[in-house]
Write a new protein. Structure first.
Length: 296
């Protein structure tokens, strides 16, 4: 299986027809059909269900399509970065960002770096912690801004900041008045919305176990932004790191730091160790390291 075979395969999947794909690739139909047959023989699977007018992907074909798209994207990124080596610093830094981290950390970092290196651009991938970690493990991003806990073999990290966990509720909620803090025990009987990530679920549920308090989980969210409308209607209370304020402030919300006990979340810039980064990505890492080391 080589790059040319994957390009041929994707062309056929996009056209849905071998004849049309052959015209697009500027090759004859028989050699293209033979390439697909050889690919199936090499992989030991059937990739297409062949009809008279249109072909359909099998389950194995759909899987290969997703993988081939990511492989070819990585090839193009590598070719671009190699072409820029030896020139003045330019290129692109690809960063994976957990939703609640980006608004509080990335703007300041990106603006400061861009002022020094105006020819460098950014590619930002957003998702939950597991999705971003997966992209980093597969080298689809150069680095990632992640929240503990994260599990990446052979990684190195730069500590960025620590922030408390907060209870996000409607201004109309009975608990919304008074101090800017709330005891964990006061949330025990409230319908709670917490992260769908298993590691964060375990962490939050252990808080209640520590104080022998029951809890009522109303829903699990992949994206905290998706449950904010329900929070505004007092359907429940969302538990989130404090940086949720960066993209939800100005709405009908109150943020109360959770105390007794208080728990904090730590943010890091993370990259895989023992990999030669593109020049732009290496410069961004060094810039971040210097910026945050100077704070200490």
């Amino acid at each position: 299986m080589d790059i040319k075979s994957l390009r041929y395969f994707l062309a056929v999947t996009e056209e849905g027809n071998i004849t049309k794909a052959a015209k697009r690739l500027c090759i004859a139909q028989p050699p293209l059909s033979r390439q697909l047959q050889l690919l199936e023989e090499e992989l030991g699977v059937v990739l297409f269900e062949r009809g008279k007018r249109r072909i359909q992907l099998t389950e194995e074909g759909y899987y290969l399509k997703r993988q081939a798209e990511e492989i070819l994207a990585l090839v193009e990124k590598t070719r671009s970065q190699l072409g820029q080596m030896g020139n003045s610093l330019c290129g692109q830094v690809s960063i994976g960002v957990v939703e609640t981290c980006g608004g509080s950390i990335l703007p300041d970092l990106a603006e400061g770096f861009h002022s020094q290196y105006p020819d460098v651009s950014f590619q930002i991938w957003s998702g939950n912690g597991d999705e971003v970690t997966d992209k980093l493990n597969r080298s689809l991003v150069d680095m990632a801004i992640l929240r503990e806990p994260f599990y990446i073999e052979q990684c190195e990290s730069i500590f960025l900041r620590q922030e408390p966990w907060v209870a996000v509720m409607s201004r109309d909620h009975p608990l919304a008045g008074g101090a800017d803090e709330i005891e964990l025990s006061a949330l025990g009987q409230e319908p709670l919305m917490i992260s769908v990530r298993p590691s964060l679920q375990d962490e939050i549920l252990n808080w209640f176990n520590e104080i022998s308090e029951e809890r009522k989980i109303f829903c699990y969210y992949n994206s905290v932004a998706s449950v904010i409308p329900m929070v505004e209607h007092s359907t429940g209370i969302a538990i989130s790191p404090e940086s949720v304020k960066s993209f939800t402030s100005g709405r009908n919300l109150v943020y109360k730091k959770i105390i007794h006990p208080q728990h904090d979340s730590r943010l890091y810039l993370v990259r895989r160790r023992y990999q030669l980064p593109p020049a732009a990505a290496g410069a961004f890492w060094d810039y971040t390291k210097k910026k945050y080391c100077d704070k200490d």
